[in-house]
Design a protein around this ligand. Sequence first.
Ligand code: ZN
Length: 326
Amino acid sequence: MNDPAALVVVPPVELAAPDIARWRAGNTGVDHVHRLRADAPGPVVHVQALTHGNEICGAIALDWLLQQVQAGWRPLRGTLTLAFANVEAYARFDPADPYPSRCVDEDLNRVWADEVLAGPRDSRELRRARALRPFVDDADRLLDIHSMGEACVPLMVCGTQDKHAAYSRRLGVPGVLLIDTGHPAGLRMVERGGFGDPRSPRQALLIECGQHWERAAADVAIDALVRFLGLEGLADAGWVAAHTRVPLPPRQRLVRVTEAVVARSTGFRFLLPTEGLGVIPKAGTTLAQDGEHLWHTPYDDCVLVMPGTHNLKPGGTAVRLGRYED
Ligand SMILES: [Zn+2]
């Protein structure tokens, strides 16, 4: 029992994965992508779920909104795109073994660089990203709904850009905002094009709603979606007030990531218990080992951002290290 990986247990799966087959035929020519156009002009807003196939809170949120649409709800202005992304991985979701259905061939959220999308490589995720790309590139505002492998309070991944943290403060949720340094394994959707350019007015948010399968994650996902539609003027204040599910946090704190701990081999191990947003008080604390290499915390009060070794491969990020700025 010296091996921390031997202690890993699968958290309970409290959420039920909705049947999204009925949403396959959208109106866009791309399966599982729906577009709603208002008469009044406004922003092009893109909401995406299932970028990772086992993060089912996002599927629950889009399934919920599409039911609202069936009941007559429409955006008040602009264009709203609703996309279930990695539907092939989601189709493999197994509550008895829920980790592998994150993806089929590769991580769909590491393929968004132009040279990758336009390059010669092929995978099921790349095919899906190529199909989704026109919608992503058309969007003025983007909300990508995710969840986390380990227990952690909800947080907003603002990419590498301070403009997205400012935008999250206008949204008002969640209580923790994260500015990071990207992933060495590839560009995320929220970093693509103008989303990753501080001079561009385009805004992209990636919300991590909590642990993948905890009941509260679905409420956080629906709440964030409702507030996002309200912020962009696609939904009125009464509808927003009727459907928000989570109280606003008293304040939003920003964690700025300074570095990523990237696995070098399949032998990567944490050497102390980790939890999402856990704080290690002392600089120099030994954190992890990979063969002969040891990682130590670089400063006091080091925040562990989304530590996890499920599905971790060489070159994958095991944890990111950061500091609270406020
Ligand atoms: Zn995810």
